[in-house]
Design a protein around this ligand. Structure first.
Ligand SMILES: Cc1ncc(COP(=O)(O)O)c(C=O)c1O
Length: 436
């Protein structure tokens, strides 16, 4: 007979939000005929397998030249285990210099298996679950809150307004955490076109947040996968660029700029650790932690990203601009459709206009559960995501996240029409007292 164990004996404990990542990744397959506003996947207009092989070649030549090695030596190197820090660090440093004006040493960068591993490394390096608490903006990307929960790290959501985390709310959270005998260790935020809201942090709030973190010895985990996908307005500087005291740890990824399948991301950290009267880079400790999580990031995947960066002379701004037209057109179609189906008929429904990124939020006059969303997909043929899965404050129970990055352009209007039918049906049922 096979071994049977009690669920309560597992270190992995059930939490509603822990199903959310799989829901987001799998829901499209379950309802293939539905119009999906669920997925934050990048559009596939940029998926060109032939190019992936070309990128590997391009990067191999670059490496052979810069390391004075033969082609065979480089092929051997790519096929082997590799440097835990990564092999494309100088190219990433150059891209951040050209696109963001940030000057970095290659030693400040650790290449990771996607942003997701970057988050896990931050948690494993900085947090002791018994003492340390993770602050996150409310709502927050489930990649970090789910990983924290699996590790037994407490998560506290900080109230936000349209400019970013409210500093007085942050101060109150820190006080409450200290009263409970624990320590707030870091705040996680997506300052540009956040997931799930599509909000951008104002410059003023960025500065206030940093000043607060300097005063309280808090780290800032800045996650920025959508930053280059900008449709209107001038960019704000990253928190990393504004940071004068090395409190910001920047979590980067190529999942949206190249493709998610390469699973290449990176961490940037300039903090120092005092150890036996010596000041050592925190990223060295993160590198050691990573070596026991994934040994190193796959060299072949790094070579694809390396070639992609080389082909674009290490600046992605220009490349992304072409793709941005495509995303902006989808965003605008979605906004037009929302106005068409809701503005007059449902004045109590509102939505935000994101300046970039892949998401916006739709606020309804009633709450929705995961079951409602399943019902909406099965019966009305449109998939949406409750923003509440990214929160535990109860403030987002009546909000839906609509993603416009992956839905087909000419299905957007039809998707919103179907959503309006679902909303009309839900309201009718509520009015007549039928359980939704
Ligand atoms: C805010 C945010 N961070 C990180 C990621 C995931 O990045 P990666 O695929 O590099 O792990 C996503 C993906 O949707 C995201 O929305």
């Amino acid at each position: 007979m096979s071994l049977i164990i009690e669920a309560s004996d597992l270190s992995f404990q059930e939490h509603a939000n822990l199903n959310a990542m799989r829901f987001l990744n799998e829901v499209i397959e379950r309802y293939p005929d539905a119009v999906s506003f669920a997925s934050g996947r990048p559009s596939e207009i940029n998926t060109q397998p032939k190019k992936w092989f070309q990128y590997i070649e391009q990067f191999s030549h670059y490496l052979a030249k810069t390391q004075n090695k033969s082609h065979q030596e480089i092929v051997n190197l790519l096929g082997q285990y590799g440097d835990t820090r990564g092999i494309i660090n100088p190219l990433i440093a150059k891209q951040l210099y050209l696109d963001e004006g940030i000057t970095l040493e290659r030693e400040d960068i650790l290449v990771t298996n996607g942003a997701q591993e970057g988050m896990v490394i931050c948690l494993d390096t900085l947090f002791s679950p018994a003492h340390d608490v993770l602050l996150v903006t409310d709502p927050a990307y489930i990649g970090i809150t789910g990983a924290a929960r699996i590790k037994g790290i407490d998560v506290v959501y900080v109230e936000c307004d349209s400019e970013g985390p409210i500093i007085t709310a942050l101060a109150l959270s820190i006080k409450n955490i200290a009263t409970s005998g624990k320590r707030a260790r870091a705040i996680y935020t997506i300052p540009d076109f956040s997931n799930p809201c599509g909000r951008t942090m104002s410059l003023e709030r960025r500065k206030e947040l940093l000043a607060f973190c300097y005063a309280y010895g808090l780290f800032v985990l800045e996650d920025s996968p959508y930053r280059l996908f900008r449709y209107t307005h001038q960019p704000q500087p990253t928190l990393l660029a504004l940071d004068e005291k090395a409190v910001v740890i920047y979590i980067g990824t190529f999942a949206k700029t190249l493709c998610p399948a390469v699973r290449i991301g990176y961490l940037i950290c300039r903090t120092r650790v005092k150890r036996s009267e010596q000041f050592m880079p925190l990223i060295d400790d993160m590198t050691r932690v990573k070596s026991f999580i994934s040994v190193n990031t796959g060299n072949i995947a790094q070579a694809i990203v390396g070639g992609f960066l080389l082909e674009n002379n290490c600046s992605l701004k220009q490349t992304i601009q072409g793709i941005n037209k495509h995303y902006q057109e989808k965003r605008d179609r979605l906004l037009l459709s929302l106005a068409h189906f809701f503005a007059e008929q449902y004045p109590t429904i509102s939505w935000n206009v994101p300046d970039g990124g892949f998401f916006l939020n739709l606020k309804l006059p009633f709450d929705l559960t995961m079951q409602d969303v399943e019902h909406c997909a099965a019966e009305f043929g449109v998939i949406v995501v409750p923003t509440a899965i990214f929160s535990d404050s109860g403030c987002y129970n009546n909000v839906l996240r609509l993603s416009f990055s992956y839905v087909e352009s000419d299905m957007i209007e039809e998707g919103v029409r179907r959503l309006s039918c679902f909303i009309a049906d839900s309201r009718e049922r509520m009015k007549s007292g039928i359980d939704k």
